[in-house]
Ligand binder design. Structure first.
Ligand SMILES: Cc1cc2nc3c(=O)[nH]c(=O)nc-3n(C[C@H](O)[C@H](O)[C@H](O)COP(=O)(O)O)c2cc1C
Length: 350
């Protein structure tokens, strides 16, 4: 009996299995609006059997996009377009989810396939402190406390739009050196007010955002928080800090900690098969939180063992699903589980 293909319930929302498609930017929108690409891409992946599909980093405000081609949820027209995608994902048996985000000081890049260089005409970068991500990026403005409070409202409004449009899980992007994670990391946060200094202070913006989102969407909608468990740098966020951070999020009723790493500054990362799993395992064991593991997990047996050995509750398969939208169906067949094959495709799997 496969453990990976056992359903899991997050705050009352049940995923048919523990394979989740993590957020992956498509750099294919204009004005933050989902279009045919997003419908076909996410629809096809949802038909491939995963328990949930998390739509890519979606900006809470225009200046918070990683690139001008990111999705957004800062207006109702965008939400209306999301509704069709969420509804199709759900019709295929997957739970529709979206990651809401603000790119902070990293909101400055072109499409990766056009070089991914910082854009010089992107002038309104926001961050905890006026420190650029690197020498090619512009220097961001250190946010005032009023701007922090406004940003918390932006997250809450975007989450509410997403839920009204049909999202059943809201993920907050607090990883990879984007705005929420810039506050958490001591590398990018040099503030001397109540939002900087101690870990408690650096976590304040995230905690206030979780609370604001929760009061906007209600406690029935599960919230996932993606964190960078380590910056992989001696002066950055350490795994022990992340355990403390998760212990601050736990009493708020966060349903899932999506454990990733890195992104706040350039670092030497020992990337290899399942290299981030030990962080998901540590956080799960030391906090009792439901966690997901992600990163270079490509084989069905590997994903199965992560769940079966109690290292994480959910396994996210990113690039595996980009290469093969039906990764989950193939994994189910390999593991002898009932495969969630769309009836239209049944004859090809006989
Ligand atoms: C094309 C692409 C876009 C990505 N965009 C996002 C994103 O929007 N938000 C995010 O948190 N991570 C993003 N990631 C990271 C993935 O969610 C995932 O953590 C990473 O690819 C490692 O998992 P994998 O080895 O299974 O692909 C992206 C990765 C890829 C390849």
């Amino acid at each position: 009996m496969s453990e990976l293909f056992k359903p899991i319930t997050l705050n009352g929302v049940t995923l048919r299995n523990r394979v989740v498609v993590p957020p992956m930017c498509q750099y294919s929108a204009s004005d933050g609006l989902p279009n045919d690409w997003h419908l076909v891409h996410y629809g096809s992946i949802a038909a491939g059997g995963a328990g949930a599909v998390i739509i890519e980093a979606t900006a809470v405000s225009p200046e918070g996009r990683i690139s001008p081609y990111d999705l957004g949820l800062w207006n109702d027209e965008q939400a209306d377009r999301f509704a069709r995608i969420f509804s199709f994902i759900e019709s295929q048996g997957a739970v529709p989810a979206v990651q809401i985000a603000h790119a902070g000081r990293k909101a400055c890049t072109d499409k990766p396939w056009l070089g991914g260089k910082p854009l010089t005409d992107w002038t309104d970068l926001l961050a905890p402190s006026a420190i650029p991500f690197d020498t090619e990026c512009q220097t961001p403005a250190a946010m005032t406390v009023a701007q922090i409070h406004e940003m918390t409202d932006r997250f809450a409004e975007s989450a509410m739009r997403a839920v009204r449009a049909g999202a059943q899980i809201i993920e907050l992007h607090a990883a990879h050196g984007y705005l929420l994670s810039e506050f958490i990391s001591p590398i990018s946060n040099k503030r001397e007010d109540e939002y900087g200094g101690s870990l408690e202070n650096r976590a304040r913006f995230l905690i206030e955002t979780v609370k604001a989102v929760q009061s906007a969407i209600g406690t029935a909608v599960p919230i996932s928080v993606r964190i960078s468990a380590t910056d992989w740098l001696p002066d950055g966020q350490q795994p022990e800090d992340s355990v403390k951070l998760v212990n601050m999020l736990k009493p708020l009723g966060v349903a899932l900690i999506d454990v990733s790493t890195a992104g706040v500054a350039l670092a030497k990362i020992p990337a290899g098969s399942g290299f981030q799993v030990p962080f998901a395992e540590k956080i799960k064991k030391e906090t009792g939180m439901t966690t997901s593991a992600v990163g270079l997990i490509t084989e069905a047996q590997h994903a199965e063992s992560i769940v079966a050995e109690g290292k994480a509750d959910i396994v996210m398969i990113g690039r595996g699903h980009l290469k093969n939208h039906q990764w989950t169906i193939h994994a189910a067949r390999e593991l002898g589980a009932e495969a969630p094959i769309p009836p239209q495709y049944l004859r090809s799997y006989r």
